[in-house]
Design a protein around this ligand. Structure first.
Ligand code: PLP
Ligand code: COI
Length: 351
């Protein structure tokens, strides 16, 4: 495959315009991107090209039927300047799982892995070394084929763009437990990283933001009695000393951070449970003080402690703990990601 991967280098670099000490999340883009086209029934060899706008036909099916999926990953730079990915094959597998659900043709593994590593090697200087920063990687796929017939397109694009990024949340995270709107339903596309899953969240999330919250915690669409996940992260609660997260299902994204945290917690001897978490249980535990922590977990959000949650017009504050599970687990996972400790799980992948 390497012989067929074409690289067209940018004539000039934009890197000197970037303030690496003050990075926001995902708003400046590195010099290159990977582009791969699906035409005539097959994925063509990927190309690394200068970052540039796309030209699409107005009748491309992405605009009409939302056939679009994405992934979220990060590249981390260690003290020696070496670059690392975290469990990249998990993202590749999930991309194809999402592709299948949205009737998008699956991508060959070597196009993803070799394409990604070639892109990262070329844009290695864009991987920040500043504490807490990383190069956010956005692989995505969409229907570029045309037609108003409501059926899958015959052409697609797979693209990877990258963005040097700081923290996803700038301060404390206050969440609203949603009791009306739903993010996903049984048999739907909730488990896929489909663009439409996010578009559908924007309006209810805007309403929550207007009330002073940062994110919505979705509940099951059937009864709204069980906690599912947040807008861009899976959710953990700690009741007394037990760390609990909901089971994945066809409504919930099977987060790579979530499953890594469960493994690390088990290794740390923290009692974990994967089971349905009722809103009633969380509210009651908050009232009695047994609810010690809540946090979100995801690639962009890393581990983001939740400082308070709202439910049915009442806010419940969480205590500020000295030795929280969130800080212990965040240190453990980021130490692995940034190559600060031995990787006993075999999760790190050298770029
Ligand atoms: N849930 C949703 C809806 C997400 O968008 C994300 C982010 O990717 C996650 C959970 C966490 O998944 P991961 O840890 O694989 O990034
Ligand atoms: C990620 O954590 O990588 C995500 O995809 C979340 C995104 C919506 C910012």
């Amino acid at each position: 495959m390497t012989n067929t991967l074409v690289v067209e280098k940018a004539k000039t670099s934009k890197i000197q315009d970037v303030d690496f000490d003050n990075l926001s999340f995902g708003s400046v883009y590195s010099d290159h991107m990977l582009v791969c086209d699906y035409r005539n029934g097959k994925w063509e060899a990927p190309k690394v090209v200068p970052y540039q706008p796309l030209s699409l036909d107005p009748s491309a099916k992405i605009f009409h039927y939302g056939q679009s999926i994405f992934e979220g990953m990060k590249a981390y730079k260690d003290e020696a300047g070496d670059a690392w990915l975290f469990r990249p094959l998990e993202n590749f597998k999930r991309l194809n799982k999402s592709a299948k659900r949205l009737a998008i043709p699956e991508l060959p593994e070597e196009y993803f892995m070799e394409g990604l590593t070639t892109l990262l090697q070329l844009d290695k200087d864009w991987i920040p070394q500043n504490p807490g920063s990383s190069l956010y990687i956005r692989p995505f796929m969409f229907a570029s084929g045309t037609g108003f017939h409501a059926s899958p397109a015959d052409e697609y694009k797979f693209i990877i763009c990258t963005a040097p990024s700081g923290a996803y949340f700038s301060g404390k995270v206050k969440v609203l437990i949603e009791e009306n709107y739903s993010r996903a339903a049984n048999g739907g596309v909730g488990y896929a990283k489909a663009g439409g899953n996010y578009a559908g969240q924007f309006y209810p999330t805007q309403l929550a933001i207007e009330k002073g919250y940062n994110q919505v915690i979705w509940t099951d669409d059937n009864s709204h009695e069980y906690i599912e996940e947040a807008g861009a992260m899976n959710v953990f609660v700690r009741i007394n000393d037990t760390l609990i997260t909901g089971p994945t299902s066809d409504r919930i994204l099977d987060g790579i951070t979530r499953k890594s945290i469960l493994d690390i917690a088990n290794e740390e001897g923290i009692a974990t449970e994967v089971r349905k978490i009722s809103v009633h249980e969380v509210v009651e535990a908050a009232k009695t003080g047994e609810l010690k922590e809540m946090f979100g977990a995801g690639t962009a959000a890393v581990i983001s402690p939740i400082s308070a949650f709202g439910y049915k017009d009442t806010d419940y504050d969480l205590p500020e703990l000295q030795n929280s599970y969130a800080s212990l687990l965040k240190k453990r996972i980021t130490d692995i990601q940034y190559n600060r400790v031995a990787d006993t799980f075999g999760w790190r992948y050298k770029v």
